[in-house]
Design a protein around this ligand. Sequence first.
Ligand code: PMT
Length: 229
Amino acid sequence: MNFSKAVVTSGPTREWIDPVRYISNASSGKMGFHIAEAIGNWVKNVTYIHGQVMDEYKNPKGSKKIGVETTLEMRDAVLSEICEGTILIMAAAPADFRPAESREMKIKKEDGSEVLLLELVKNPDILKSVSSEISKKEISGCCLVGFAAETNFLEEHAIGKLKNKNLNYIVGNYVGKTQKGFGEVETSVVIYSPLGKVAEIGPLSKEAISERIVEFFKMDLTKTVVRPS
Ligand code: PMT
């Protein structure tokens, strides 16, 4: 199967509580950056949509870059880039929740109360939005790849997300305080398709892991891909 375009997302999103505080996570953008560089050797037209990544992960060679801040912005950017023959790889770690209200003025800690209650609302799931858009608009030849960042029960959770988000593949990796995952670390990943576990890669640097992930897709996708119904 040949793709005319690759869209790779990377890094964390930020959801502002007030002008100085936000909700986010520890993703650096390294994995998404190396996937965008590696996939450029296979698919010529690459769009890199990144959240607040570290400076060195902002400019993968040969990609069109789109910087976003929030999960809603990332969803809109991804939807605007999806077209016939696109492979989407979501290595980003979008915030799942955002404050119901983002305050215009800084919340003062001198306000007196010992407890600050923050009301959060759920962000849309970007992969689910893309999957339903592809079905609704009958966009053909697309392949959707998610990542699953887990602290436990990797296989169970990754396969659950694969089915729930209607994906062709999901790349599972462990994250957590004492686990590998975020930032400058060697890591291991397991790739699942609707058939179950299809590849295990690592432990290796994220540069090497990214190259192997792309090589795996290139090889596996020369077979016919049928979008899960
Ligand atoms: O950036 P690094 O420091 O190199 O770290 C890399 C990484 C650990 C962030 C990366 O390897 C990774 O696992 N990315 C996915 C992180 C994540 O958000 O996982 P999740 O299990 O919460 O989400 C599952 C999938 O749904 C992901 O592909 C995610 O991009 C996507 N998602 C999540 C939330 C949301 N609202 N919409 C989505 O589409």
